[in-house]
Design a binder for this molecule. Structure first.
Ligand code: FSO
Length: 433
């Protein structure tokens, strides 16, 4: 059958299928289409955070109204003005700051403020359920329903920070974390014979060998995988109990998480003195959404090479590239501080502005460098949040998002001095210079 022909409003030609969005059939660089794509990615990321906030009873009508406006603007024939689409992306960034705050407050209200905690990475003898994604509400409901059943609960990837929340760590059968960033899931889920629950984005089509013991909840759906509605995890618990018990296996590493804003800011005076005495020379924020493509090893090498008088804040699944490294401490302050999930970028923003206040300078004048790995929708909206605050000289890697063309990159470089990663050693020299 002939494909529908459509008029492309951007190049004023008739094209096969929908109006082109990435490669212009007209031969023109479709910057407007790419900026529309950017906006779609950005509002998808923001919607994910909003969804988890709503799960905990927190909503905001101003954010809802913005999403409506932004989504409407991505019609192929509503907005042809590249400049205003950049402005809209910045507005989305600002709105996402509000969204991340809403979610953080909802998490703290429900589970208390995270506290530093060491998390084991092996297995405990007995039945188990492995939870992946970002959904703390789903995890909490599962923990309530598994209490006293002899089924242990483990986290994977972006669920690691759950261990820091008092309201979640109080469950003694939340016993550890298995695996690293989202893209190791096929290997990890196949390796451990336990039930698996996916609570948010970054779930992959399952392999045959574990498909029948995998479950989804919330917005996640996978082909031939049972979906759980209304937080009734009975089928997941029954499946876990029908599987062989796991053996006791001590993990190779112990991970640390739970460095909330208030934990870090309670050390503000000490940090100030260490900076003034030259014992802390520079702060780095290294993290973001990890990508299986590109030079992901860059981040491990980068962190390893950082001088011992530097502090590294981290968040999101990008941290698994290096969060097993023993980096020591500076007079009792750990050099590696895990702030949590990608949405906890709000803590990084508030810590940076508190440090700026402490030293009486602007955030761009702080001895602070942001070196962010990115992939996917949430990383896009977090980048626009940082840009909306006027933060400059952010390093990006390991690859450029598909919607960035030379024109867009030039705007980002000219206005925000965005830099692309190079070699770790050279980058560190430039950042510290
Ligand atoms: Fe990573 Fe996934 Fe959370 Fe992202 S698990 S990649 S888009 O969700 O933001 O850090």
């Amino acid at each position: 059958m002939e494909k529908l022909e459509m008029f492309c409003y951007q190049c004023s030609q008739t094209v096969k299928g929908m109006g082109c969005t990435v490669k212009g059939v007209c031969g023109k660089e479709p910057t407007v289409a790419r900026l529309q794509d950017n906006l779609i990615y950005a509002i998808k990321g923001m919607s994910a955070y909003l969804y988890h906030a709503r799960e905990l009873g927190s909503t905001d009508t101003e954010i809802d109204a913005f999403l409506e406006k932004a989504f409407y603007t991505t019609f192929t024939n509503v907005n042809f003005d590249a400049g205003s689409l950049v402005q809209l992306a910045l507005e989305a960034g600002k709105m996402n700051i509000k969204t991340m705050k809403l979610l953080k407050e909802a998490h703290i209200k429900a589970y208390g403020e995270p506290e530093p905690i060491k998390v084991r990475t092996g297995t405990v003898k007995g039945y188990g359920i492995l939870v992946t994604g970002h959904g703390l509400k789903a995890l909490e409901e599962l923990l309530k329903q598994t209490e006293g059943t002899g089924v242990n609960v483990y986290t994977h990837s972006e669920m690691l920070p759950a261990h820091g929340y008092p309201g979640l760590k109080k469950y003694k059968h939340l016993v550890g974390n298995l695996g690293k960033a989202w893209f190791d899931q096929k290997k990890i889920f196949a390796k451990y014979p336990m039930a698996i629950l996916a609570t948010s984005n970054c779930a992959l089509i399952p392999k045959e060998e574990y498909k029948d013991r995998m479950f989804t909840t919330g917005p996640v759906r996978l082909p031939d995988v049972k979906h759980i509605d209304e937080y009734d995890f009975t089928p997941v618990i029954e499946k876990a109990k029908a599987l062989p018990e796991l053996e006791e296996e001590s993990g190779d590493i112990v991970l640390t998480t739970g460095f909330s804003k208030s934990v870090i800011l309670s050390l503000a005076d000490k940090i100030k003195k260490l900076v003034e005495d030259g014992k802390i020379k520079h702060f780095f924020l290294v993290g973001g959404c990890d990508s299986p493509v590109g030079r992901g090893d860059y981040y491990r090498e980068f962190v390893k090479l950082l001088p011992k008088n530097t502090i590294i804040l981290t968040l999101a699944c990008g941290k698994f590239r290096f969060n097993d490294l023993e980096l020591g401490d500076i007079e009792g302050i750990p050099r590696l501080l895990d702030l949590g999930q990608c949405n906890d970028a709000i803590d990084a923003i508030e810590i940076a502005s508190a440090l700026a206040g402490l030293f009486g300078v602007g955030v761009n004048e702080l001895p602070l460098t942001l070196n962010l790995s990115w992939m996917e929708q949430k990383a896009v909206i977090i980048l626009w949040s940082l840009l909306s605050l006027g933060i400059k000289k952010i390093y990006l890697g390991p690859i450029l998002p598909a919607w960035v063309n030379d024109d867009i990159l030039k705007v980002l470089q000219d206005n925000y001095d965005i830099r692309l990663i190079g070699e770790p050693e050279e980058d560190i020299k430039t950042m510290l210079a």
